[in-house]
Design a protein around this ligand. Structure first.
Ligand SMILES: Cc1cc2nc3c(=O)[nH]c(=O)nc-3n(C[C@H](O)[C@H](O)[C@H](O)COP(=O)(O)OP(=O)(O)OC[C@H]3O[C@@H](n4cnc5c(N)ncnc54)[C@H](O)[C@@H]3O)c2cc1C
Length: 196
């Protein structure tokens, strides 16, 4: 995990902090820091709504359970995107709430509905834009992974490589889109990844 506080365009991240108290025009963080503000926007997160699937007899557990073909326990019923919990060949069973995953799973599920019998092996991928900083992230790291920074984060030209032991789990890049795509290929093929 990156523990550095990043500040740009007047945006400041208080990493690993949570709000303890919201008051009139200020928020107190759990370490006592006071942040002055006019408006508080809260991202609380979501829970997959699996009621309809359960009623239909589809197996669920933090989402709709699917196999490597994105098919549920009911033959002919497929799930893709935010709702689907699938067995990723590298990370094990995961559920990911990101746009590209939803698109790619939708494509695989559609082909499989037509009988292609294609495994979903693409590593999870997402991007996130923060003003002029675009972060590309591929793979599925965990908080326990070792993170190595390659390049210069302040110059917005860097990759952070996450490994569990020797195993590459994820790569996050700023200003290095091509490198991130190469990491995606390496992850998908189970190959070693070296920054250029
Ligand atoms: C505020 C916000 C910001 C985000 N930012 C990013 C980002 O920067 N990058 C990124 O990669 N991802 C981002 N995401 C996530 C991304 O939007 C989702 O991963 C993606 O939309 C998932 O697609 P989906 O098709 O699986 O689900 P959805 O887009 O949620 O589509 C599901 C559809 O099913 C419909 N539906 C639900 N129940 C029923 C029912 N019973 N009958 C009929 N229709 C039903 C819903 O109305 C909805 O239209 C963001 C999401 C949010 C909310």
């Amino acid at each position: 995990m990156i523990r550095e506080t990043h500040e740009a365009h007047g945006v400041k991240f208080y990493l690993e902090r949570t709000p303890a108290l919201i008051q009139d025009r200020q928020v107190q963080l759990d370490d006592g820091t006071i942040v002055d503000c006019d408006l508080v926007v809260i991202g609380i997160g979501v829970r997959p709504n699996t009621a309809l699937a359960e009623k239909a007899g589809v197996a669920t557990d933090n989402g709709v359970l699917v196999n490597e073909f994105l098919e549920t326990n009911m033959p002919g019923i497929f799930a893709a995107g935010d709702i689907a919990s699938w067995p990723d060949p590298r990370a094990g069973r995961i559920r990911v709430e990101h746009w590209v995953v939803a698109e790619r799973q939708g494509q695989t599920a559609a082909r499989n509905i037509l009988g292609a019998r294609e495994r979903f092996t693409v590593p999870p991928f997402f991007w996130s834009n923060h003003f002029d900083v675009g972060i590309r992230y591929v793979g599925h790291g965990s908080g326990d992974d070792r993170a190595t920074v390659s390049g210069d984060l302040k110059a917005k030209d860097a990759s952070v490589i996450f490994r569990a032991g020797d195993k590459l789990t994820a790569v996050a890049s700023i200003g290095r889109d091509l490198e991130n795509l190469k990491a995606e290929v390496a992850l998908e093929r189970g190959e070693e990844f070296r920054v250029s």
